[in-house]
Design a protein around this ligand. Structure first.
Ligand SMILES: *Cc1c(COP(=O)(O)O)cnc(C)c1O
Length: 861
């Protein structure tokens, strides 16, 4: 029988155990094994059977046991220590506070908007990489004391759970999540009523949403939920699931996230007194509507400053950071323009903000653009003064992909930088690995992460190898359990499943491969030549085993077919003990998977992997990467911290390319990876392998951390954004002046010209050490020399007269003539030999611009 309605009754804990609900109410437990120990001590069996879910555990444990614990002094001491530790973690000064104390300016608060957050398996509000990254961003911000407030949605069904049919076809189910059973609490007004925000939608009543708060260590995460009384049914469904439904459904979700998210932040500040963010971070285009709501607040809202649109745009841009995450053009979030027009006409979600201005912000009004679409990434760039991709290679690809927005500039000057992603070590590194470092005297709670890398060489090889064996075995046990469950669901009888007791082997070289079944990730590349694969799996002395996982998007039959191909292969009785596909890849599976693997395989089609983070998690657990040089690996592979699978770049025939790259992969495994793994010394330790492990930890460890990533965001984006924002916003005069200046410069630009350039000082045969003098005669029309930078751009000159490896020198104004004409002078020392070229250009100059390309205009001879 189906329940008509369900809810979760929260337990009443004895007074002495009150701290337990505080520990359960802060998600820091999810990356703090010592706190998990406290929950395990409450009832070890229930702890496992509830899937290590503190809220579930406390709801299930009986009164009698609670009373017993309340009288158990050693448990109470344990609890008190964990509670005191949490209080210290939440209130002490950390990196960010020390930075402020040393006089470096930074934001009061940062609103971080993301459509998904992957924090723990018991809060399943993520589908994959983007969500896990957002979760790691919040956790690292918490560890560093960075004042972020997360903003997202609470999806009633989260993302789907994956299982397999008998034939190996992906099956999806959408379990219902009861918010009362989740580690979140409702934001309430002083009178106890749930706080609500509203958004006007066309042809209907206002959409209502309540606000849940998850505590991610020191970081609050606000999650909007439309499943509330007062909403008609089709509004309640707005937050039904992640990435499902029609364009219109997605548009409503994104309006809720962006516009509703800003309103939720305002409600949160009003109720709790939390500082209002002075920097906003849009994690991927989906959250971009937040910029429109901020313009509404600044232009038309009751009680707001009533700025004009241009001034408000400057205020918003100065304080907004936009991160783009996909190098796949088809992955860019776009809506039919007419749909956006329909939603923002009339009263709309941001009443008073002119619809034609909104449409212009998302318009692909550049060469090759589609006039019928509204592009969320394009709007993201226009609403944010600072933007980045998520690895150096992805930065390049993004600058290239969006160059149409700044057509006058070369790729290198397109104002999209990069900050390479990172992973949250306390979440992803096995406790056993931390214990190895602790055995050398490293304090796990200390801020000094360098201490970890310093002891890597000190831990004896026999200890490292024994630990890896333990972790491999844990993975094998977990994989067998999952395989058995999967086969039972696929309809197998128990008697057929005895082989599972021998599936995988804790002493065999284990290769992991887990990721979404998006086509560019090439899930099935490894089975390009099934016979060759088989011979690697079944090698008499040096076998390998493969653990594979990953979901396909429910609408992606191509991806499901790839999964089916892998599943069918792994069903083959001859090899099924050496290759397994585990359904329902999620955080719970991932946590034992990375530490249990010796090698992490990644073979995307370059350059479609923006960054990738799973290989980083493997590396921190002493795994070695075997990967195509894409995303982060392109940047940090150094020749001896793993293996690069050679890419057949430039081979246009995709089948042929896949053949070549698969053959290279087999060769590497057969000739390099497996021989090194099985080459053991008298103690059974593969010393050459461990050399690579140690080198991996030392070379990659410091780089792949999410704390490194969040520090980079603070230094390169958040703090500069806060400085510009404060300069513009304290009384808005700065923003109005900047907006007026931009208007004047754009208006006067048609008269700006480089009229004539003279050089002297270089003879017929110039030599290194010569100094060249340059005089540029320019016309600035009504603009003044202060409005512009007249630059000498020099570099190597290619056959096509393109300048590469360029350097830039600003020229100074030497003489002014009538009619807006000026002479600018400068000199340049020729310091390298070879082909040389230069030109002079004029660009707008203002200290408040974040990039010379910001206005997208330039004048060349
Ligand atoms: C790390 C992780 C991802 C993202 O991995 P990529 O390398 O970016 O594909 C996806 N899902 C889970 C469960 C993860 O832990």
């Amino acid at each position: 029988m189906r329940a008509f309605r369900r809810f979760t009754v929260r337990p009443v804990l004895p007074e002495a155990l009150a701290a337990l609900s505080e520990l359960a109410g802060n998600l820091r437990w999810s990356w703090h094994p010592e706190t998990q120990d406290v929950f395990a001590a409450v009832d070890p069996d229930l702890w496992e059977s509830t899937g290590r879910d503190p809220v579930g555990l406390l709801g299930a444990v009986g009164r009698e046991r609670l009373e017993e614990l309340a009288a158990d002094q050693s448990f109470l001491d344990h609890l008190a220590a964990a509670h005191a530790d949490l209080q210290r973690y939440l209130t002490g000064d950390r990196w960010y506070q020390r930075r402020l104390a040393s006089g470096v300016a930074g934001p009061r608060a940062i609103g971080y908007f993301s459509p998904e957050f992957g924090i723990t398996a018991v809060l399943p509000q993520y589908s994959g990489g983007l969500g896990i990254l957002a979760g790691d961003h919040l956790k690292a911000a918490s560890d560093l004391g960075v004042p972020i407030v997360g903003v997202g949605l609470l999806y009633r069904h989260g993302y789907f759970k994956q299982s397999l049919s008998r034939e190996g076809w992906q099956q999806e189910t959408y379990p219902v999540l009861d918010p009362d059973g989740l580690p979140i609490s409702l934001l309430r007004e002083e009178n106890g009523a749930g706080a609500l925000i509203t958004i006007a939608l066309p042809d209907g009543p206002e959409l209502l949403a309540r606000i849940w708060v998850a505590s991610v260590g020191r970081v609050p995460l606000l999650m909007l939920d439309t499943d509330v009384e007062g909403n008609p049914d089709h509004y309640r469904e707005v937050t039904d699931r992640l990435y499902g439904g029609t364009s219109e459904h997605r548009l409503r979700q994104e309006l809720l996230l962006g516009v509703g998210g800003v309103r939720a932040l305002r409600a949160y500040s009003r109720i709790t007194g939390h500082p209002a963010p002075d920097v906003f971070h849009t994690n991927e285009g989906h959250a971009g509507f937040l910029g429109l709501e901020r313009i509404r607040e600044l232009t038309v809202a009751e009680g707001g400053p009533r700025l004009d649109f241009e001034t408000a745009l400057e205020v918003g841009r100065a304080s907004t950071v936009f991160t783009t995450h996909t190098p796949v053009p088809a992955g860019i979030d776009r809506f039919p323009r007419t749909l956006v027009e329909q939603y923002f006409s009339g009263v709309g979600p941001t009443p008073g903000v002119p619809v034609e201005r909104i449409l212009a912000l998302g318009a692909e009004d550049y060469e090759g653009g589609d006039p019928a679409v509204f592009n969320m990434a394009v709007m993201g760039f226009r609403l944010a003064q600072r933007a980045n991709g998520v690895s150096q290679l992805h930065g390049h690809v993004s600058r290239d992909m969006f160059q149409g927005l700044w057509p006058a500039f070369d790729e290198a000057e397109v104002p999209i930088g990069s900050i390479t992603n990172g992973v949250h070590a306390p979440t992803w590194v096995a406790r056993e690995m931390f214990d190895l470092a602790a055995g050398q005297g490293v304090d796990k709670e200390s801020d000094d992460v360098d201490a970890f890398w310093d002891v890597v060489d000190k831990v004896p090889g026999t200890d490292v190898w024994a630990t890896k064996r333990v972790l491999r075995e844990k993975l094998v046990v977990d994989a067998r359990r999952r395989l058995r469950r999967s086969w039972e669901k696929r309809g197998a009888a128990r008697a057929e499943l005895s082989w599972i007791d021998h599936a995988l082997d804790p002493d065999v070289l284990t290769i992991g491969f887990a990721r979404r079944a998006a086509s560019y990730k090439r899930l099935t590349l490894m089975m390009r030549d099934p016979e060759r694969l088989k011979s690697l799996l079944l090698h008499p002395e040096r076998p390998v085993q493969l653990v594979i996982a990953g979901k396909a998007h429910p609408a992606d039959d191509g991806g499901k077919k790839l999964i089916q191909d892998i599943v069918r292969l792994s069903d083959d009785p001859e090899i099924r003990h050496r290759i397994v596909y585990l359904p329902n890849y999620d955080i719970a599976m991932a946590q034992p998977l990375y530490p249990g693997c010796d090698v992490w395989l990644n073979n995307p089609l370059r350059p479609y992997e923006a960054c990738g983070t799973s290989g980083m998690k493997a590396a921190l657990n002493g795994g070695l990467n075997l990967s195509i040089l894409d995303g982060w690996w392109d940047e940090w592979y150094d020749g001896s911290n793993g293996w690069a699978i050679p890419t057949a770049d430039g081979v246009d025939d995709v089948d042929h390319r896949d053949d070549l790259e698969a053959a290279a992969l087999y060769d590497l495994i057969e000739n390099d990876v497996a021989p090194r793994f099985y080459d053991v010394d008298g103690d059974g330790v593969p010393t050459r392998w461990l050399e690579m492990t140690r080198h991996t930890l030392k070379s990659l460890g410091p780089k792949v951390l999410a704390t490194r990533m969040v520090r980079d965001y603070v230094r390169q984006l958040y703090a500069p954004a806060a400085v510009t924002a404060h300069a513009l916003n304290s009384d808005y005069a700065g923003a109005a002046t900047l907006a007026a200046w931009k208007k004047r410069v754009k208006g006067g630009w048609p008269s700006v010209r480089v009229e004539h350039v003279e050089s002297s000082g270089v003879a017929d045969a110039p030599e290194v050490g010569d100094t060249m003098s340059v005089r540029a005669f320019v016309c600035l029309g009504d603009l003044t020399p202060d409005d512009v930078d007249v630059q000498l751009v020099h570099g190597r000159s290619t056959g096509e007269d393109q300048l590469v490896d360029t350097g830039i020198e600003s020229l100074h104004v030497a003489e002014s003539y009538e009619a807006g004409r000026h002479r600018f002078d400068g000199t340049l020392a020729l310091d390298r030999s070879g082909s040389f070229g230069y030109t002079v250009r004029i660009i707008p100059r203002n200290d408040l611009l974040a990039s010379p390309a910001e206005l997208g205009i330039v004048a060349l001879p």
